[in-house]
Design a protein around this ligand. Structure first.
Ligand code: SF4
Length: 298
């Protein structure tokens, strides 16, 4: 059985560690036209489910990291009395850009006493040699987590949502990161159009079989957000949206498949409420969490 993130953090760090959402000012190759679709057109709209809000600001606009961290701590003060934090750069592709600028930014973050872990969301095709060297240096200071939005192992679905890279790119990145002792957390989306339950579980089975063992996983249900290409596609050709029961069943079966040391970081989608079109059950967060906690056994 895998472990829950909260249990893992308590065991490893002996205290609650809370995430702070920070911005690196990076953009994404799926949005700036540097990746091409199979028909030769440059990709500028991002993955079809990704909202504009994920784009964040550009380098010139972001606040200094100390300021960002203090502001983020103030924002979550009502929720937690945690003393140490995960410096979490979630939006866009946080290893895409000038490596010396990124190295300075991440070093400033990781060197702070109140930062226990550095976590970077990125893409497998944005982890070249210079970036890997930077991550290896940072890893010597404190743990570094790299989050990869794989979502599915099925090329048909990946092409449909414009992921912009093949499974081999993920395999290469995974091998390179693990060789440098970097923790890898993979995002999976349940409910992509055209995928059967078996397809979704095949993705989980593939990840459960990785060697070395996968460090962490986020299992999220597909959310349709206003302003995305997927929303337009959904309006024209509605497809099946997972019910809460179906999602919970997929979670339970996934937990039974995943290895003991894999940490489960999330079990729901986390899109912005104001943009959510489907599934509406996602809006009742309390009910979703209670149902998951009641039904999914670790
Ligand atoms: S989901 Fe990630 S890779 Fe896809 S467009 Fe959004 S930021 Fe880029």
């Amino acid at each position: 059985m895998p472990q829950r993130l909260s249990d893992y953090l308590k065991k490893e760090y002996g205290e609650k560690i809370y995430r702070l959402s920070l911005s690196s000012g990076c953009t994404c190759p799926n949005r700036d036209g540097s990746i091409y679709l199979p028909d030769g057109m440059p990709l500028t709209g991002g993955c079809t489910f990704c909202s504009e809000g994920g784009s964040g600001e550009f380098a010139a606009d972001i606040a200094p990291i100390d300021e960002q961290i203090e502001d983020a701590k103030k924002r979550i003060r009502a929720k937690t009395d945690a003393k140490r934090f995960i410096a979490y750069f979630q939006s866009y592709t946080n290893t895409y850009g000038d490596v010396s600028r990124l190295k300075k930014l991440y070093t400033e973050a990781i060197m702070r006493d109140d930062v226990a872990i550095l976590s970077l969301g990125t893409r497998p095709d944005c982890l070249g040699g210079e970036v890997l060297d930077m991550l290896e240096e940072l890893r010597k200071i404190k743990p570094v987590w790299v989050e990869l939005g794989l979502q599915t192992i099925h090329e048909r679905s990946a092409e449909a949502f414009h992921r912009g890279y093949k499974l081999e790119a993920f395999e290469e990145a995974y091998k390179n990161l693990k060789a440098r002792n970097i923790d890898v957390i993979v995002h999976v989306i349940f409910g992509l159009p055209g995928e059967s339950k078996e397809d979704m579980l095949a993705t989980v089975r593939y990840l459960a079989g990785l060697s070395p063992e996968l460090d962490g996983i986020k299992l999220q249900n597909l959310q349709i957000l206003k302003g995305t290409q997927m929303y337009e596609e959904y309006k024209e050709h509605p497809f099946h949206i997972l019910s809460l029961d179906e999602h919970v069943e997929l979670l339970s079966e996934s937990i039974a498949i995943l290895p003991e040391n894999t940490v489960v970081h999330r079990m729901t989608g986390d899109g912005p409420r104001a943009l959510l079109v489907e599934p509406l059950w996602s809006l009742d967060k309390k009910n979703v969490l209670n149902t998951i906690n009641r039904s999914v056994k670790f």
